[in-house]
Design a protein around this ligand. Structure first.
Ligand SMILES: O=C(O)CCC(=O)C(=O)O
Ligand SMILES: [Fe+2]
Length: 262
């Protein structure tokens, strides 16, 4: 498939430096840059079919975690926001079960797409994970399933909405809650957000929309799906250095197994 058959390059001008700058500015200013109708119709239809077919291989491991994705600090009470437990119950399939020819993988590896991402994200180069599970994932959330409040470890995320939920399954976020590099944990605001006292932004995502998001310092979650629709979303994960694997502990937790290193 040509890149024009996957991406609507009439709207999303991947090779245009003006378009790249616009997205870079948007990401800097808003902490998120949404690209509506990113996928071409046929590529989206193919992806929806693949995601639906892949569901039988999905791994679900409902679990509790704190918003920092760390183990508890025993010097603080268990109801302190540092230790407060939220729930994540959505499942996923891994890179090794997604077909090589999938539009998703063609996009993930495409030099023009990667070079546009580098320009927008201000990275010199982007590399896949060294393990065979973590680069491209498809996430599934059915009725009652969710992704609890958290900060990402990585500095950016690239997600592609395959099928949104028709009720619930909303992506909510608040920017600049912590400063991870300065070790500023943002306890007070985080506490207010998690307890529902602080207003949050909601990012509406339609099928075929791409989202670039800086989740390291932005507290975010996906609310429980409320009806019998299934939210299906692809995560395209890159590193800014080669030969990095997801930790074995994280692989076991998120995927239920440990992959091989390519
Ligand atoms: O499902 C989403 O929209 C967000 C996913 C996310 O935040 C994550 O995988 O860390
Ligand atoms: Fe996240």
């Amino acid at each position: 498939m040509q890149i024009d058959e996957i991406v609507n390059t009439t709207i999303h001008k991947l090779s245009d430096s003006g378009w790249r700058k616009e997205k870079r500015d948007e990401l800097y200013k808003e902490g998120a840059a949404a690209m509506r109708g990113f996928l071409q119709k046929d590529a989206l239809a193919q992806l929806q079919e693949e995601a639906q077919a892949g569901f039988s291989k999905a791994y679900f491991n409902p679990q509790k975690h704190n918003i920092y994705l760390t183990s508890s600090d025993d010097t603080l009470p268990c109801d302190h926001i540092r230790n407060f437990q939220v729930c994540s119950s959505k499942g996923c399939i891994c890179d090794d079960v997604i077909a090589k020819g999938s539009p998703l993988k063609q996009l993930y590896h495409h030099p023009l797409f990667k070079s546009a991402l580098c320009d927008i994200l201000e990275e010199e180069a982007l590399y896949p994970y060294a393990d065979n599970l973590s680069s491209v994932n498809i996430h599934y959330a059915r009725k009652g399933e969710e992704l609890g409040w958290h900060f990402d470890n990585s500095s950016f995320a690239v997600t592609l909405m395959i099928t949104p939920a028709s009720q619930g399954g909303a992506f909510e976020y608040v920017r600049d809650v912590r400063d991870a590099d300065a070790n500023e944990m943002g306890f007070e605001r985080a506490q207010n957000i998690v307890s529902g006292k602080h207003p949050v932004e909601e990012m509406q995502m339609g099928a075929g929309d791409l989202l670039l998001f800086r989740g390291r310092n932005s507290l975010h979650r996906v609310t429980p799906v409320e009806d019998n629709s299934m939210r299906q979303l692809a995560v395209l994960a890159y590193n800014n250095a080669p030969d990095i694997s997801l930790s074995k502990h994280a692989q076991k937790t998120f995927y239920g197994r440990i992959g091989t290193v390519r």
